[in-house]
Design a protein around this ligand. Structure first.
Ligand code: ARG
Ligand code: ZN
Length: 475
């Protein structure tokens, strides 16, 4: 098993990084936000959650408990007609609050059934309810909108969001694309349950997250219903549409599997997808019980995408995945999906862990040992991309999917494993997944957990491997 997978995605990131850095204006944006900040301290919800990498991602002042999304997508004209009903709770008094929505036309917006004022300001949909919301108040926002969704271009140059394909759309939202198809509190800090009702032309399939509730065809259209009960970050939501072959079964552990495969990818995907139950069992032994009711795969043909995404409960691939990619995206179900980030800076908690899962899979299935994988990487010269920045501090949104986050992130875990021994190491992983299940975790919390479980001072190790610039010296 060769460790660096998804070569297309990797190359894209590396090549695009330099121009991308120039294209981002985090300083200017931060200044703008700071200017907006003090005014926002009163009764208006802030325009972002305070993530310096994506200052406008998410919104302050409320938490969304549930999204009810009703979508109707015409694959021929690429027109989307939709309503989103958000059940939310005000965390402060609110005379005004924002949602994130990019493009599309909002035709009506109500708060608790009453028409509310709204205006568009970049990716912010600014809502002024008729009456102020009290702190702690539950409220429902209904947004009716339509248009032709377009993907957003990320700081690293990749496309993200609603990405049209020749037979539908590949829908993936990391780190910011969910706002291209539904109004959201678009930051992983806010997690919610979801219901999806998606209508597409007969013959197409619409695949979202969670449990498949059923489908109905009438008048040339089919409506698919999906329910995600466990908390989910908006970026992990999908509503992928295409011509798919569907396979459904329940695993020995009672997990409901739904695989949707583009027929053109079916023969390449079959041998890998067949391994899904055994991969999930192996990961459950290592990381603890699988965190969701539903599992599966969406294998699309989306040649312009260049990455796979760990969409919750059902990773999505832009072509037939190889086995390491399947292992990687499913490991994210524990690390990234169930245990979520509170800031994009901590992205190694997702990508380093999922990459290390690949190394462990290889080690335990007759491939290279994790040590061997580590050694091959460590042999790379100091000028290599691998050492371009420390895994725990990518520096900007343009580098969150860079090689150091994945490979050096996994090296951090390998160093930890060597320092604490296998038993303690695996206990740390399981305790992490169990203790933060359905919630969030930060790098500082992970470091504290590792120290507590091992009884060792690990400051030096994490300082060197997570935060020190350049290639760490040989011990
Ligand atoms: N999290 C995905 C993975 O497991 C990568 C997503 C990349 N997204 C992007 N917009 N570049 O590899
Ligand atoms: Zn990943």
């Amino acid at each position: 098993m060769t460790p660096p997978r998804r070569p297309a995605a990797r190359r894209r990131t590396a090549v695009l990084r330099r121009e991308a850095v120039l294209a981002t204006v985090p300083v200017a944006v931060a200044a703008l936000l700071a200017a907006a900040g003090p005014a926002a301290a009163g009764t208006t919800g802030s325009a972002g959650v305070g993530d310096p990498y994506f200052p406008f991602e998410g919104n302050g002042g409320y938490h969304v408990r549930h999204y009810g999304l009703t979508l109707r997508y015409d694959t021929a004209s690429r027109h989307l007609d939709a309503t989103a009903v958000l059940t939310a709770r005000a965390t402060q008094r609110l005379t005004r609050f924002d949602l994130d929505l990019k493009g599309l036309k909002v035709t009506r917006l109500t708060v608790d059934g009453t028409t509310a004022g709204f205006r568009r300001d970049g990716q912010e949909l600014v809502v002024t309810p008729r009456r102020a919301l009290r702190k702690g108040q539950e409220f429902r926002v209904k947004v009716t909108y339509n248009g032709t969704p377009k993907p957003v271009t990320d700081p690293d140059g990749s496309v993200d969001g609603w990405i049209p394909t020749d037979d539908g759309a590949f829908v993936a939202g990391e780190p910011q694309g969910s706002m291209t198809w539904f109004p959201a509190n678009n930051h992983p800090k806010d997690k919610s349950s979801y219901d999806f009702t998606i209508t597409v032309p007969e013959g197409r399939t619409a695949v979202a997250n969670g449990v498949f509730l059923g489908q109905r065809t009438a008048h040339g259209h089919t409506t698919f219903r999906w329910r995600q009960t466990e908390p989910m970050a908006a970026y992990l939501a999908t509503a992928t549409v295409g011509k798919f072959k569907v396979e459904q079964y329940t695993t020995r552990d009672g997990i409901q599997v739904y695989n949707a495969v583009d027929p053109r990818e079916a023969s390449a995907a079959a041998p890998v997808l067949r391994k899904l139950p055994s991969v999930l069992e192996w990961e459950s032994r290592l990381f603890g019980p699988y965190p969701f009711r539903a599992a599966g795969s969406i294998v699309d043909r989306a040649p312009n995408v260049g990455f796979a995404l760990e969409t919750q409960g059902r990773p999505e691939y832009d072509s037939a995945p190889d086995l390491s990619t399947l292992v990687h995206e499913n490991a994210h179900q524990w690390f990234g999906d169930s245990v979520s980030l509170t800031a994009w800076k901590d992205i190694w908690l997702n990508e380093g862990f999922a990459t290390y899962a690949e190394w462990l899979y290889s080690e335990q299935h007759g491939g290279d040992s994790a040590q061997k994988t580590f050694d091959k990487l460590y042999a790379k010269p100091a000028g290599d991309d691998l050492w371009a920045f420390p895994a725990g501090d990518p520096g900007s949104g343009a580098d969150i999917f860079g090689t150091p986050v994945y490979a050096r992130g996994a090296m951090v875990l390998h160093e930890l494993r060597k320092a604490v021994g296998d038993r303690t190491f695996y206990r740390i992983l399981r305790t992490w997944a169990a203790g933060h299940r359905g919630g969030h975790g930060t790098t500082a919390q992970f470091v504290r957990l590792a120290e507590r479980e091992s009884g060792k001072d690990l400051d030096g190790l994490f300082h060197t491997w997570l935060y020190t610039k350049g290639k760490p010296a040989e011990e």
